[in-house]
Design a protein around this ligand. Structure first.
Ligand SMILES: [Zn+2]
Length: 136
């Protein structure tokens, strides 16, 4: 089994390069989640501990941190991807061309198999017509 795989990779450089690329995408995607979510999780834990030790600090409105804007349950696996405009759930369109927000009906395009979750790149779909944003 491993010998077959090694033979395949040594005989076909494109298969090896493709495999390395796919593994890189998976690792990069996971690191992106960790880099975004772990600091928020740690800050939330630290704030909870600080509020426990010094109750007066916990109630003071001192900062407008990202910690206050994320949902109650926030781990590496939850919540799932959400609309950056309204934070509602997004669903894959039936044709696979984009992710559609269930609330504001924005459709975020998928380019090269990567969802582009930018409000400026989204189109608004109301069921009958598609409005394209103005491109300069
Ligand atoms: Zn939305």
């Amino acid at each position: 089994m491993l010998n077959d795989l090694a033979a395949l990779y040594t005989d076909n450089l494109a298969v090896f390069a493709g495999s390395v690329f796919l593994v890189g995408l998976v690792i990069g995607s996971f690191l992106n989640v960790v880099i975004y979510r772990l600091p928020i999780m740690l800050e939330r834990d630290w704030r909870a501990q600080a509020a426990e030790l010094m109750p007066s600090v916990g109630t003071a409105e001192t900062t407008t941190s990202t910690v206050e804007t994320v949902p109650e349950r926030f781990t590496l696996s939850t919540p799932r991807s959400a609309c950056p405009a309204c934070k509602a759930k997004v669903e894959l369109k039936p044709d696979g061309s984009g992710l559609k927000c269930v609330e504001c009906m924005r459709v975020y395009p998928i380019r090269d198999d990567i969802p582009v979750m930018l409000v400026d790149e989204a189109t608004i779909e109301d069921g009958t017509e598609v409005q394209q944003p103005q491109k300069s």
